[in-house]
Design a protein around this ligand. Structure first.
Ligand code: NAD
Length: 254
């Protein structure tokens, strides 16, 4: 049990990668609070994990609203009497040409993917410092935060911001025993991914330039979060672990 006795808060925990991370952490002995804006899917995920005998709670919160984040951070803290791990996974994307991006889409992507992460991390970090036990924060970046692409300028900018926020938090919080790392997945088979593909009439050849020739699984991403959140990564901070089947390594491929 690699997370025995640890208490984790996972944002975007109702479905997709966040749900997979929560499940993986619970399998390794963690108690988990799921946070999400989708009430129905959140309750379903909580019920599924509880059925398997795991210690799980859930909180509804819209991460684009700093007031709701403050309430959720306090509530998450009181569920298990503290936290040891924060997983900032929630995120959204729109696929649209740079020339057509409406300002409200720009704001929404930055508000949820980057500002929400900052606000929640600051609140949880202040409490971790007070608690005095150290902790681990793992932020969801993306391969799109490490290299540009068309159709996703707002998303790519938000994820590039996550990579630098991660490094900057790591530099300041190390003195308090808090490690901060990121995970940068490539193409992963999730509901978000399927929605984007459907909008493009399935015409995207997502794995064409990926040397491993397939989508990644939620569990493969969850395992990267598990490593970085666990004591096995005790000398790792400020890193962003790429989990992309070799996609970025193959950037010059035509
Ligand atoms: N799927 C991929 O291929 C892929 C690749 C790289 C990075 N990512 C990143 O992984 C993360 C999870 O993606 P996913 O594919 O599991 O997507 P998903 O849509 O299945 O899950 C995202 C979760 O975040 C929640 N969420 C969205 N907006 C929120 C808000 N305002 N407040 C609270 N919760 C909110 C959603 O309700 C959902 O449960 C995202 O940050 C995404 O950018 C995904």
């Amino acid at each position: 049990m690699r997370l025995q006795g640890k208490r984790a808060l996972v944002t975007g925990g109702a479905r997709g990668i966040g749900k997979g991370v929560a499940e993986r952490f619970a399998e390794e002995g963690a108690r988990v609070v799921l946070l999400d804006v989708r009430l129905e899917e959140l309750k379903q995920a909580e019920a599924e994990l509880k059925e398997r005998g795991f210690d799980v709670a859930s909180l509804v919160c819209d991460l684009s609203d700093p007031g709701q984040i403050a309430e959720a951070a306090a509530a998450a803290w009181s569920v298990w009497g503290g936290l040891d791990i924060l997983i900032n996974n929630a995120g959204i994307a729109y696929r649209e040409p740079f020339l057509n991006i409406p300002a409200d889409h720009w704001d929404r992507v930055i508000d949820i993917n980057l500002k929400g992460m900052f606000v929640l991390s600051q609140l949880v970090s202040r409490r971790l410092v007070e608690q005095g036990t150290g902790g681990a924060i793992v932020n969801m970046a993306s391969k799109n935060g490490l290299g540009g692409s068309s159709m996703l300028a707002h998303y790519n900018a938000s994820k590039g911001g996550v990579v630098l926020l991660t490094q900057s938090m790591a530099a300041e919080l190390a003195a308090h025993g808090i490690r901060v790392n990121g995970v940068a997945p490539g193409f992963i088979d999730t509901p978000l991914d399927r929605e984007l593909k459907q909008k493009e009439n399935n015409s995207l050849h997502l794995t064409a330039r990926t040397p491993m020739g397939r989508l990644g699984t939620i569990r493969e991403v969850a395992n990267a979060f598990l490593f970085l959140a666990s004591d096995e990564a005790s000398y790792v901070t400020g890193a962003t672990l790429v989990v992309d089947g070799g996609h970025l390594a193959n950037a010059s491929e035509l």
